[in-house]
Ligand binder design. Sequence first.
Ligand SMILES: C[S@@+](CC[C@H](N)C(=O)[O-])C[C@H]1O[C@@H](n2cnc3c(N)ncnc32)[C@H](O)[C@@H]1O
Length: 354
Amino acid sequence: MQMHKVLVILGHCSPLLVLHSFQTEMIDIIKSYNQDCCFSCRRISCFHHQPRVYPTQGISTQKSRDLNINMACEMSKTTRVSPVLRHLRKLQQNAKANNAPSDALIQIETCIDCIHARNDYCETISSPPSDVIDNIVTETETHPWQQVRDEGKVLSDVAPIMLSGALEGTFLKMLTGMSNAKRALEIGLLTGCSALSIAEALPADGEVVTCEISEYLASLARKLVDHSPHGKKIKIMTGPGTDCLQQMAKEGQKFDFVFIDADKPGYIRYYKIIMDNDMLTPRGTILVDNALYAGMSYLPQDKLQLSARFTTTNHVMREFNEYVYNDDRVSQVLLPIHDGVMIIRRKEAFEGTA
Ligand SMILES: C[S@@+](CC[C@H](N)C(=O)[O-])C[C@H]1O[C@@H](n2cnc3c(N)ncnc32)[C@H](O)[C@@H]1O
């Protein structure tokens, strides 16, 4: 029997399995084990747990180690954005430490599973991402981030957890198409997942201009998005978002679709440059990521269940949201997707005619 190197990533309640030199038949065994142990599998059956199988032939030991670290991060992504989940995890820890009755522990576990099952279901039932987007997600998860951070090639907080990912990418693609956008703008490129998701919905002569502070990320993303025929629509500007925007404002550039997803303290500045310089076309749309900011937009510090190092900028998204709320030029809606996505349009575009 032929031996393969495979990586199987199952649902949230399974451990990450890096199977070196296993036979691919193992996947079925793991899959059925998973169906026995997992609440969401029972609910959604094997449909939910089609495992994603990535060939890992050639992945170096270093990459493999980073993959484990990054996936540990990935597995806590929902926890990072959901205060309810963070409280449930704390409750679970306390209940275990205090020898709570087993039915109470099961109930807590069920609550945690319900949250994950909802997210997993949305991702599973949505149209899948393109192969190139899928590859960007994998590359982002396996990248040696610790090393590039230590070498100062990216900002100290850059991590795969920042990636919009498959579901938000599909959402961006859907909205770009719905808004009939031709020219799009992004602030915060990372590895190109969101830029390519937008580009995939643009017409052949459309363009996404994206601003990224890190030269390293700009060149990594360039390589990754150029695997797609839509990559040619992506123009990358390197430098601080403010400088890039001011330059484009001077040139009188206009955009039908804008995605703001960079440093949170810069959001008001980016929004003001775009709106004050009339860079948004009359029927244009601005999308703002992380509008709920892991709960920091709407919860007081003592309800966040986040360590102090995450909450040093806890006020910035609340301030941004309130700034938009008080801006008479626009109407907005905040959707509780992932870490919160705010959609903003000019009032005239939002209101129909009577
Ligand atoms: C949340 S990530 C972007 C994720 C990306 N939009 C995606 O969904 O795949 C934020 C990115 O903004 C970049 N960034 C941070 N500060 C910036 C600044 N002042 N100007 C431009 N880019 C910045 C970071 O290097 C990082 O790549």
